[in-house]
Design a protein around this ligand. Sequence first.
Ligand SMILES: [Zn+2]
Length: 424
Amino acid sequence: MIERIVEAARLRAVRKLPWLSSPIFNLPVTFKAMRHLAGVTKDGVITFSTVNPTAKWWEKVWQGGKVEDKVRVADECAHVLAHECLHFVLKHSSRRGGRDPSLWNVACDIKVFELLRELLPAPEGAVKGEHFGLSRYFVEEATVEEIYERLLQLGERVKEFENEGSGVTGVEADWEGGIEERGVGELEGERIVNEVIDAMEKTRGALPFGLEREIGSLRRRGKIEKWRRLFSSVYSLARGRVLFGGEWKYPPRWVSWAIGMTEAGKIITSPTTFDMPEGVTLLPKLSQVTQPKVAVVIDTSGSMCGRDIRECLGEALTILQVSSELILISCDADVHDVKRVVKERDIPLTLHGGGGTDMRVGIEEALRHDPDIIVLFTDGYTPFPEKPPRKGIKPIPLIVVITPDGTTEDVPQWVSYLIRLGGE
Ligand SMILES: [Zn+2]
């Protein structure tokens, strides 16, 4: 039941806060019998309680079946969902430093409440500045760090240990044990934050007061190598295709029932994506973990030095932070290693090769594994295929990553993602 409410809440939240869509859809949601109404882990798993009194109250009202009550409940739940997303996006977990986790949690809650106050109704009992004698004006202007300082000055002590999760305090909460859901890696997290920033720039004027400033300072924090950003955005596009079924002949395996939104914003559900009327945007299910398949081809020909190859293997690890698995292929003029990589330790220390160069062979091998993205690491001294690789009629994105001392001269025009390793 609470699952249904959260499902509805996600859609309400996206409609009311479109700039927050990325975390709302990308952070996985789980359910647990826990005291807190909701929480968030460091890697972005949002968990709702199945037993908290507010959750129970929501269920009761929801069952009453009146449309206006359901909307109210969905909005309150959307408030909570957005609240958890904001803890994640605003990086409260890593900003705590040496501060008291419990009081820090309160300071963060006060700020987040203020950011959402005008946008969505909060459930009863939400922590707000007024409870501590802080004026709205002060909270709007202040950073979380300043709110924390003020609480300290006021001699506030938190009676009960507050820990809404490691996504707020950095300290693992008791309910976090045994969560099977995989959260998002550091790079994926960065991408989500960037998507929020981008979306906010398009929405200027309709944003909660102070949010722009909060998030502006985040932009300066994340600094990620250029190629990683590129991979992350290509991956995100590919995942969009997998999740939303845009260009696919068949619905992905996971669709047992589908939920979608019409252009007018009406929500409809049906047993499979086949039954959806045209023009409906398919929305992913709550705990969806459908991921594009990534194949990584590493050039191990004689011209690639040991350091180059080690660096490429290191980048394979970066890819693994975003994608939960990949196929690793080493190739000189022939294919040598072909390995499915799920964990860091699956990545070999060295690869076989050392002969001539023909990356066409490596790309062909990659295609045998039915990938959605191919990443090719090479110094560029190789023949390339004449046409883009395809899956059926659909071209597969190929990212060509050139090593720092490599050449881009022979890379054909059709390669749309060409980037050099090591650039920022
Ligand atoms: Zn909170």
